[in-house]
Every structure is written in C-alpha cells, then in structure tokens.
Write a protein that binds this ligand. Structure first.
Ligand SMILES: NC(=O)c1ccc[n+]([C@@H]2O[C@H](COP(=O)([O-])OP(=O)(O)OC[C@H]3O[C@@H](n4cnc5c(N)ncnc54)[C@H](O)[C@@H]3O)[C@@H](O)[C@H]2O)c1
Length: 248
C-alpha cells in the first residue's frame, strides 16, 4: 500500500473526482476525512469506504468561507493527531457564456470556491504542515488552467490561478519538507459533467484523442501517486491526466 498510516483530507469528496480520490487513498492505507458541503454525498462516501474496511469520517466544510478550511484542518488534527496529505479538489464551473455577459455574482461564486477556496485550504494546511515539519498537497486544477477554454471565463481564470498557487507554493515551501503539486484532468465523467446530458458528453468524448472521457479513478490514481513517496522528488508540477488532450 502506498499510503499506509497517513492522515488525509479531501475536499469536494462527496462526489465525482473527490469521491474517487478519497476511496483510492483509503485503499492505499490512509485515514481520510471526507469534506464537502453536500452532507448526503459525503456520508455515503464514508459509509462505502468503511464497508470496504477503510478508515474515514465526514466533516461538513465550505472551503469558500474564511473559516471553513481552517475548521476542517483543526478537525482532522484533533481527530487523528496530525495531517499528512491534502487534496484540494472542491470546485465548480459557471454556465457557459461569453465574458462580456458574465454576471459579477457568478464570477464571484466561481472564483470564491475554485481559487479563493483553494488558497484558503492551502493556507490552513500549510500552517499545520509548517508546525509539523512535513506535508503533501495536491490541488485539482484543470486543462482549463493551462489553455483557453471558450465560454468559461471565471472557471478558466480560477484554474489558471490554482496552477499559480501550486507553482508558487511549491517553491516557497520546498525547504520545509512540503511538496505541492496539481493534477489537470481533461474531460472526466462525473456527476457534474453527466448533468450536461449524453449527447453533450458524446461531443466531449469525440474531442479527446482517446475518443472517450476519462474516469474519476484515473485522476485518483495520479493523486495517490503524487501523495506517495514514489514522487518524493516532484514538486510544483501540474500532472496532465487527459488522454493526451493538451498535446493534440
Ligand atoms: N469533471 C471534469 O471533467 C473535470 C475536469 C477538470 C477539472 N475538474 C475539477 O475537478 C474537481 C471535481 O469536479 P467533479 O467533476 O468531480 O465535480 P462534482 O460536482 O461531481 O463534485 C464536486 C464536489 O465539490 C463540492 N463542493 C462544491 N463547492 C464546495 C465548497 N464550497 N466547499 C466544499 N465542497 C464543495 C460539491 O458539493 C461536490 O460534491 C473540481 O475542482 C473541478 O473543477 C473536473
């Protein structure tokens, strides 16, 4: 097992990619706090991890609120005594449209969760990691953080920002035994994407060099590896898990 005895948190773990990360790292031996604003999804994931013999608990955390991420880290440390691994994965996108039509409230909502929420999460985690003298962060960025994403102004800006947080944090904390990386998923079949309907998903799949969307488990595999000592010399990287989309 890659992560035996490690203590982890995953945000947005009540669904999709976060759910797959939580389940995978629990199978690799980590104890996992499943964090989400969606209590039903989060509790379901905890139940499923426990029924496989894993260790998990649910904590309701809104990472976009100034106190939410700090309360989450405090909860993990008071429950398990430490925090080793943090997957900052919670995120959402606006309804597609052009930049000049984007409502400021919608801009603020997406930036608030995807960018500010990731920074608030990293801030709380880093405060603990600095005291502890170790830690690993993996942020969920996106292909939308590395290239233009027509129709998704706020999402693309936020995910480019997540890449900036990852790279800058990696260098600022490298001497403190803290590694910070990101994954950049391509088009992944999750409840958020399934909401667009089967014909839209078929169009997305056709755009991929592989001819198919990715699975949440394929992202989780990358996160588990970036968390593990197998990637001990890797920090500040953005791992594209997209079936070659960025290179096509
Ligand atoms: N699905 C894709 O194709 C894709 C591609 C690239 C990047 N991503 C990124 O992956 C991450 C997960 O996406 P997904 O497709 O699994 O979506 P999803 O909607 O299935 O899951 C996202 C989860 O985040 C939670 N969440 C939302 N706001 C929150 C907040 N303020 N605090 C705590 N939890 C919150 C939701 O309740 C939900 O359970 C997001 O950051 C998304 O931008 C997804």
């Amino acid at each position: 097992m890659l992560l035996e005895g490690k203590i982890a948190l995953v945000t947005g773990a009540g669904s999709g990619i976060g759910e797959a990360i939580a389940k995978r790292i629990a199978r690799e031996g980590a104890s996992v706090t499943v964090a989400d604003i969606a209590d039903a999804g989060g509790n379901r994931v905890v139940h499923e991890i426990r029924s496989e013999g894993g260790v998990a608990d649910f904590f309701h955390a809104d990472i976009a609120s100034p106190d939410g991420a700090q309360q989450l880290v405090d909860h993990v440390v008071s429950t398990y005594g430490r925090l080793d691994l943090a997957a900052n994965n919670a995120g959402l996108a606006e309804r597609p449209g052009l930049m000049h039509e984007l409502d400021p409230a919608e801009w603020a909502r997406v930036i608030g969760v995807d960018l500010t929420g990731t920074w608030l999460s990293m801030r709380a985690e880093l405060r603990h990691f600095m005291e502890q003298g170790s830690g690993v962060i993996v942020n969920t960025a996106s292909g939308a953080g590395l290239k233009a994403t027509p129709g998704l102004t706020a999402y693309s800006a936020a995910k480019h920002g997540v890449v900036g947080l990852t790279r800058t944090g990696a260098i600022d904390y490298v001497k403190h035994n803290i590694r910070i990386n990101a994954v950049a998923p391509g088009t992944i079949r999750t409840p958020a994407m399934e909401a667009a309907g089967e014909s839209q998903m078929a169009e997305w799949a056709a755009l991929m060099p592989t001819g198919r969307m990715g699975t949440p488990e394929e992202i989780a595999a990358g996160v588990a590896w970036l968390f593990s000592d197998e990637s001990s010399y890797i920090t500040g990287t953005v791992l594209e898990i997209d079936g070659g989309y960025m290179q096509a």
